[in-house]
Design a binder for this molecule. Sequence first.
Ligand code: HPA
Length: 276
Amino acid sequence: MYQNIQQKLLRSVNAIRKQTDFQPSVALVLGSGLGQYAEQMELVCEIPYDTIPDFPHSTVAGHDGRYLFGYVSGVPVVAMKGRVHYYEGYDISDVVLPIRVMGMLGAKTLVLTNAAGGIDPTFVPGDLMLITDQIASAVPSPLRGSNLAELGERFPDMSEIYDRALCEQIRKTASELGIALRGGVYVQTAGPNYETPAEIRSYRVAGASAVGMSTGCEAIAAKHMGMRICGISCITNMAAGILDQPLNHEEVQEVADRVRHTFQKLVTAVIGQLER
Ligand code: HPA
């Protein structure tokens, strides 16, 4: 298992290094709504996941999967257009493999984005939420199995996954741009089914403000490697039971699409302030 993960990581990095010597300082995961983010980048190279040996690629229809290498406001960035989710059936270590690869390519800061359901009843669909902490105990830890000591320690501290100083900087940036930014705890579920109202009530009592099916495990893997992390959720719907109406995937996509310009603007400004 351990050998297997290590080999996959090395094979992936080698395959990428055969195609580009680009040195990213920032890694970015593009969630729903940021699928068109390549428009904001001065692209240098694109590598489809299915050209990298053993690399997980999405099974969800219409989910493109590729790394984008390029510059955002002069900052060298590797972006993931498309991510794999635990609900697709991959082992959790495969789900986080693309994140670890970005760290191994040299990225020091990770910007995570996603679509999420609002649990905080003061949220409205279309809000953006800065992730301040997370609950990811509904999925296995991506660090399960032998420790990859080259990446990090066996029992890494998770008391500050989302870098406080970076969060403060992002709040300031949003305020300067006149973009309203909420804040809160993100809870990751295993999916693919949406949650029940009773589950959402339990997450609310536990302190969660938003729920989604990605990101938590990615942040743990990145923190293990010592990356500096921040995350922004696009609240695409109210979580189950908050409103008296069923949830659907189309609504999630519609709202993500509606907010995309504001979301793009914020992410670009945030990256522009990171060191090159
Ligand atoms: N639940 C889980 N994942 C989600 C949701 C939700 O309500 N909205 C967008 N992703």
